[in-house]
Write a protein that binds this ligand. Structure first.
Ligand SMILES: Nc1nc2c(ncn2[C@@H]2O[C@H](COP(=O)(O)OP(=O)(O)OP(=O)(O)O)[C@@H](O)[C@H]2O)c(=O)[nH]1
Ligand SMILES: [Mg+2]
Length: 403
């Protein structure tokens, strides 16, 4: 079924702003990510996020009201208080269509543009979904102006594949990333879950794994998938669902606490929008079939969009991401693999790869059964990828540029 209808045109479709596809200039040249495992393969992008020819009319069903968006952070209140942006109100970006934000504030929902002072210069900034902003609502216009963006927490971003290491911010102020991974006859893409875990941890965001399409496999396969996740990722929340059979939907809803914001992260065709529809109890989001040959989706979702889940918090449905290459996310790696990283400083060699070097402090923990071998292999593979990706960058590229 295809949704995204045009029943409620958004107010004041904006007239400026850049392409919301990836934040990457068209035709820019970048290093190809060198990756290991299937989840990080290839250069990011290729996802038609808000195509230029997509109409700027949007379905407003289940759009969160201001009070659904959680407590307004002190930083956002300060921005709009005395000494801040006088006359502005706090608001939150609930969707982006072709780069145009829709902001919900106490007075309602407004299409917004960025103030020139915010976007100009090399360090110019643009709002992403989830941002808290200072919003000016001119009397004569139905289009509002974003004057400032509150400091972000819970930021999910990825390297955009360019040779200077620029990052694409996917969403901000997230409490939870739900890694959506479909079950099938194929082996579970645990590598993809692991790299998603690293990115979530890098942003200081909680993690849950949501396995979809459980109706396609038998119970043994579900048990194997759960065991595989526990082995590689330890004690992470894992919910098994089938939107088709109505399985696990309440459990998935239970992950999203009222007042919190969760983002569904997964490849195209993973069943993200189908699951959101199941959570909403309505066919609000468009979905379309996967290719039988390789189970891949058709990039049906093209905009990041927040929806209020009845009886729970807010969920961000997002376009499927083909690749999640890692670059410099060592903090996230350490948080996602705390048991391994705690031993690393005790290795004899600073550049120990834990592949059999003398004096390695990690291998004995595998030998004694304290750390599963598969978990260490996952860790090593992600470290090797990060090193290799950094080597492929321009020499002068600083660590962790944001763009
Ligand atoms: N068998 C089965 N198929 C499902 C289930 N959930 C979703 N699908 C199918 O999987 C296909 C892709 O689902 P979507 O919800 O569009 O996937 P998506 O992750 O939102 O994909 P993008 O928007 O392209 O990123 C559709 O044909 C769905 O009907 C499920 O629980 N079981
Ligand atoms: Mg979708």
């Amino acid at each position: 079924m295809r949704g995204n209808g045009s029943r409620h045109p958004a107010r004041g479709a904006g007239a400026s702003g850049r392409d919301g596809r990836s934040g990457r200039p068209r035709g820019s040249r970048g290093a190809s990510p060198r990756t290991r495992g299937d989840g990080g393969r290839g250069r990011p992008g290729g996802e038609p996020v808000g195509g230029d020819d997509a109409p700027l009319v949007v379905d407003r069903s289940f759009e969160p009201a201001f009070e659904d968006l959680g407590p307004v952070p002190g930083d956002a209140l300060e921005l709009t208080g005395a000494g801040g942006h006088d006359g502005c109100v706090p608001g939150r970006v609930v969707r982006l269509d072709r780069g145009f934000p829709l902001v919900v504030c106490p007075r309602g929902a407004y299409r917004a543009e960025h103030a020139i002072s915010l976007v100009k210069g090399d360090d110019g900034r643009r709002a992403c979904v989830g941002d808290w902003v200072a919003l000016r609502i001119p009397d004569a216009h139905d289009k509002a102006l974003i004057e400032a963006i509150a400091p972000r927490r819970g930021v999910l971003s990825r390297w955009d594949g360019r040779s200077r290491g620029q990052r694409q911010t996917l969403a901000a102020n997230l409490d939870l990333v739900c890694v959506v991974q479909p079950l099938s006859k194929r082996a579970l893409a645990v590598d993809r879950i692991a790299r998603s875990a690293v990115l979530a941890a890098q942003g200081g965001i909680g993690l849950a794994v949501v396995l979809t399409k459980a109706d396609r496999v038998d119970d043994d396969a579900v048990v194997r998938a759960r065991a595989c996740i526990a082995e590689c990722l330890g004690d992470v929340a894992c919910v098994v669902t089938s939107s088709r059979a109505g399985r696990g939907v309440d459990e998935a809803r239970g992950l999203i606490a009222p007042g919190s914001t969760a983002l569904f992260l997964g490849e195209s065709g993973a069943g993200k929008s189908s699951l959101v529809n199941a959570l909403l109890g309505a066919e609000v989001l468009g979905t379309s079939s996967v290719r039988a040959r390789d189970d891949s989706g058709r990039h049906t979702t093209v905009a990041r969009r927040m929806l209020k889940v009845p009886g729970a918090g807010v969920v961000v449905d997002a376009p499927g991401l083909r690749s999640l290459p890692l670059l410099d996310e060592y903090e996230g790696l350490a948080r996602a693999f705390p048991d391994v990283s705690a031993l690393v400083p005790s290795c004899r060699f600073r550049d120990c790869t834990h592949g059999g070097e003398p004096g390695c402090a990690v291998r004995p923990a595998v030998a004694s059964g304290d750390i599963p071998a598969a978990r260490l292999e996952q860790y090593r593979s992600l470290v090797a990828e990060m090193r290799s990706n950094r080597l492929g960058l321009d020499r002068s590229a600083p660590q962790s540029i944001t763009a």
